[in-house]
Write a protein that binds this ligand. Structure first.
Ligand code: NIG
Ligand code: FE
Length: 411
């Protein structure tokens, strides 16, 4: 099966070779080809170039993209889309004055979702999650990381991870799964942290590794959740089984968590609404990708990640949706890109780099996703007719993506 897209007004994010992640000033440019073609064979990008250089017009299908932009599909490196039910009451409670932390203290928040998930059969959980996944794919997400962490018992965590495994089989190549058993201490372990960490490290992680259910390990490193030492035990137990760490950190407070993540070779540190100068220093020269989640800040009214401080210090930055029932019930990456521009003061070029190449790095998918590169997966989006790609974030809340192609297939 071959597909040829012709007359593309501008083909964005074209990289002959992927340079690794993009940091600092490298994020300012988005290499493009005007009046371009793109050739796809089966699930792979096989050629691209200027229309005047197109010699072989043989293809099973030809799409005329006159006036339209083509760019790689979004890479959403941080989500929790497998969950049961919603938390719309907490949404209203926050409007009426309660904070996210106060709701958690009352037994709501993550524990509320855990209770719902424990009571939901696997098949129903799969159905609810697949609906969300289909929805975000339609909006241009071509690769997605999905976390567990609403189970908090061995059985319920395994149930979540098996749902992710089924989704992986249904959406080949585009999903990575992360074990987030260390999301919150279950009530029965509130006074016995050691007991829960033992359960995570000695029972859950080995069982998950045995069934090959996770690619990464995560923890909520935060005041009132998991301490630096507790998170280190989880990262180290994961490492024993080949699971790289991607850690929730610095959402509300800075407690030297980033330093510990860098020391433990974390692939990414996510949230970073609070960032100190010391945090910036430890990230410099490391292989750990900072990840901002701007629509989370928008939804629960907390500070926005200081993207300018991070990028202007010469660091890389990825952006992701954090799609989850508590802090971000949306996986719309177009809105994430717009919010990054509007609230994090990232330029459209920086935001698109953050949501494609740098997102791919944060999922360990840089060799296959995140840019228009020969040999990479044919995961691309075609916009409607636009004057400039700046209109994508400018028209925030709108869907200017007309056609999504995943693994060479139209969605
Ligand atoms: O990334 N902060 C920790 N975890 C999720 C939210 C969890 C929830 O409230 O359900 C997040 O924002
Ligand atoms: Fe999250």
């Amino acid at each position: 099966m071959s597909l040829l897209i012709i007359n593309i007004k501008s083909l964005l994010q074209v990289r002959e070779n992927t340079p690794g992640f993009l940091s600092g000033d490298e994020m300012k440019t988005l290499p493009s080809i005007e009046n371009a073609f793109l050739k796809i064979e089966n699930d792979t990008i096989t050629n691209y170039g200027k229309m005047e250089d197109l010699s072989d017009t043989n293809a099973d299908e030809i799409i005329d993209a006159k006036g339209k932009f083509v760019l790689p599909a979004w890479v959403d490196s941080h989500t929790h889309i497998v969950y049961a039910g919603n938390r719309e009451q907490e949404f209203v409670d926050r409007i009426n004055g309660l904070s996210y932390e106060e709701i958690f203290e009352r037994g709501g928040g993550i524990l509320n979702s855990a209770k719902k998930l424990q009571e939901t059969p696997e098949e129903e959980l799969y159905k609810q999650s697949k609906k969300r996944l289909d929805n975000v794919v339609r909006m241009g997400t071509g690769a997605i990381e999905i976390k567990s962490g609403y189970g908090l018992t061995t059985d319920a965590e395994l149930k979540m991870l098996r749902v992710i495994k089924r989704l992986k089989a249904d959406y080949p190549g585009m999903i990575k799964s992360t074990f987030l058993g260390a999301h919150a201490f279950p009530l029965e372990y509130r006074e016995n942290h050691q007991g829960y960490i033992d359960l995570l490290c000695n029972e859950m992680i080995p069982a998950i590794a045995e069934e090959n259910l996770a690619d990464f390990v995560d923890a909520f490193l935060e005041t009132g959740y998991f301490s630096v030492e507790e998170t280190e035990r989880v990262m180290q137990a994961g490492k024993k089984y080949g699971l790289k760490a991607k850690i929730h950190v610095n959402q509300f407070t800075a407690i030297d968590g980033i330093e510990s993540c860098v020391k433990n070779d974390a692939l990414s540190v996510d949230h970073l609404e609070i960032v100190t100068d010391a945090d910036i220093e430890v990230l410099k020269g490391s292989k750990t990708m900072p990840v901002a989640l701007p629509t989370c800040s928008f939804f629960i009214t907390i500070p926005y990640t200081p993207a300018r401080k991070i990028i202007d210090a010469g660091l890389p930055l990825a952006i992701a949706s954090d799609y989850n029932p508590g802090t971000t019930p949306s996986g719309n990456m177009n809105l994430v890109v717009a919010t990054a521009c509007i609230k994090l003061r990232m330029t459209p070029e920086e935001a698109i780099n953050a949501a494609t190449i740098n997102g791919a790095y944060a999922m360990d998918l840089l060799s296959t996703h995140g840019s228009i590169t020969k040999g990479k997966k044919a995961n691309v989006m075609i916009t409607e007719k636009l004057n400039s790609f700046y209109e994508i974030p400018y028209n925030f809340g709108d869907m200017l993506i007309e056609q999504v192609i995943i693994n060479g297939k139209r969605i």
